[in-house]
Design a binder for this molecule. Structure first.
Ligand code: IMP
Ligand code: MG
Length: 184
């Protein structure tokens, strides 16, 4: 008889309430520091919950950005980045002359957002700012400073609030860290 693999153990890190408070605070910071019209370019898939909350929090601050999505992947089914960033599908949005806020779930090595920033600049974006829910500065391999950050953490692999481990845990309403040592 086949046995199921053991489930992945997780420990809560930030509650739904703590996340909501940080999202509201980030929206306030964006409203103050990046006034005027802009386009949110959200990096799928992990960002989908954060982006949905952030755009409504921005609304509460009288900010009404346009929104588009790009699918970038460097992780496969594991917790270690393959190194190469790939864009999946087309990115059809016209960003020429636009002010852009890139929104991502996690800033880790920096490769994904460095790729996104360069791609948007090459397509003529007038200004590009970075907003991430979670920053892991100790993991950085490409120099990159996000302007807007929800939480700064150490070297943990996190899940929940849209963020997955091998497509698991996206539905968790809070952020948790994976207990097992990650294969790095
Ligand atoms: P980077 O290119 O190394 O900065 O990686 C950024 C992307 O890797 C994020 O947008 C996530 O999709 C993924 N990633 C990095 N760290 C984690 C994590 O702790 N949990 C889940 N995904 C992660
Ligand atoms: Mg991502």
């Amino acid at each position: 008889m086949a046995t199921n693999p053991p489930p992945h153990q997780i420990s809560p890190l930030f509650s739904a309430e703590e996340i909501a408070a940080r999202v509201a605070a980030i929206a306030g910071e964006v409203a103050a520091a990046f006034p005027g019209e802009f386009l949110m370019v959200c990096v799928l898939k992990g960002v989908f919950v954060f982006a949905a909350d952030l755009i409504r929090a921005l609304h509460d601050h009288g900010v009404h950005p346009k929104i588009t999505f790009v699918t970038l992947a460097s992780y496969g089914g594991a917790t270690e980045s393959s190194g190469a960033v790939r864009m999946q599908g087309e990115f059809a949005a016209n960003v020429a002359g636009q002010r852009v806020l890139i929104v991502d779930d996690i800033l880790d090595t920096g490769r994904t957002l460095a790729y996104a920033k360069q791609m948007l600049s090459e397509r003529g974006a007038e200004e590009v700012r970075l907003c991430v829910l979670v920053d892991k500065p100790v993991r950085r391999e490409v120099a990159l400073e996000p302007e807007f950050v929800g939480f700064t953490i150490g070297d943990h692999f996190i899940v929940g609030y849209g963020i997955d481990f091998a497509e698991e845990f996206r539905d968790l309403p809070y952020l948790a860290k994976l207990d097992q040592a990650t294969p790095r």
